[in-house]
Design a protein around this ligand. Structure first.
Ligand SMILES: Nc1ncnc2c1ncn2[C@@H]1O[C@H](COP(=O)(O)OP(=O)(O)OP(=O)(O)O)[C@@H](O)[C@H]1O
Ligand SMILES: [Mg+2]
Length: 249
């Protein structure tokens, strides 16, 4: 629907397990990420960050509440169309990278395109070009296990952006990178996010990259407890003070 935010969540809850072992990972999340926004999500370990972005990406299903992406309520689409929608529109950088060990770096990055129906040759060409964006053009044929942690993380980022998704969710995308590589990745992610009709959520503990956000939400125990709007300034993004003044909701 025209005018809808690319990402919109209403009353989203999710519990794992049952009875006395139940963990309420999300306790009613309301969130709109508008066009062209880089939205950051921070908070202590276990507060629900990965659960939240996994639901946005359609990897996990919420127990209650609605999730709309690009105006579509995915739960109302038949399963095959949900998968098609995700393959076309959503990119995910996993906290643990999740690279396929039996494929080369280039094949890993080509995989989402092949799943979306691209021919291998074209998918491999696009994968090579995307790997060049993250500085890995010399490692196309390497198995992922032979790369450093930071290199594997950049492969995971290339795989998430190779199909130019309109919704991108990244779980700790700079955790294994030094300051300079982290800055390059955030520049790249921002360039992707700020185009019209797109939105990006970055989960991070990395205070060095807070300056790249338009808003930062703090989660605690399954809730968003604070939301801070920043004015993004490319001149100071890489050196911005880590802790902006917080505004209670
Ligand atoms: N598949 C699962 N089964 C059972 N419990 C789960 C599962 N996934 C997450 N949880 C629980 O839900 C809560 C939120 O987990 P989540 O992974 O979203 O946290 P997080 O904020 O991403 O933490 P971290 O910063 O450590 O990555 C935690 O208590 C976790 O143990
Ligand atoms: Mg997590």
């Amino acid at each position: 629907m025209a005018g809808d935010a690319p990402i919109s969540l209403r009353g989203v809850t999710r519990t794992f397990g049952s009875g006395s072992a139940a963990v309420q990972a999300l306790r009613g999340i309301n969130l709109e990420v508008p066009d062209g926004e880089l939205f950051m999500l921070v908070g202590p370990s276990g507060c629900g960050k990965t659960t939240l972005i996994s639901i946005v990406a359609g990897i996990l299903r919420q127990d209650a509440g609605s999730v709309r992406l690009l105006g579509e309520d995915l739960a109302r689409l038949p399963g095959r169309l949900q998968a098609d929608f995700r393959a076309r529109n959503v990119g995910f950088v996993f906290q643990q990278f999740n690279l396929v060990p039996t494929l080369t770096v280039q094949e890993n990055v080509a995989l989402p395109l092949q799943i979306a129906g691209w021919r291998r040759r074209r998918a491999m060409d696009r994968a090579a070009a995307t790997l060049a964006l993250v500085g890995l053009e010399a490692r196309l044929d390497a198995p992922p296990d032979s790369l450093s942690g930071g290199q594997q993380q950049r492969v995971a980022i290339a795989r998430a952006i190779v199909h130019d998704p309109r919704i991108l969710v990244c779980d700790e995308p700079t955790s294994a990178l030094d300051r300079e590589k982290g800055r390059q990745v955030m520049d790249l992610l921002r360039a992707i996010a700020i185009r019209p009709g797109r939105a990006l959520i970055v989960v991070t503990h990395d205070t060095r990259v807070f300056g790249y956000s338009d808003r930062i939400a703090t989660m605690q125990d399954g809730h968003i407890v604070r939301l801070v709007r920043r004015r993004f300034d490319p001149a100071t993004a890489a050196t911005a003070e880590p802790a902006p003044a917080t505004v209670p909701l």
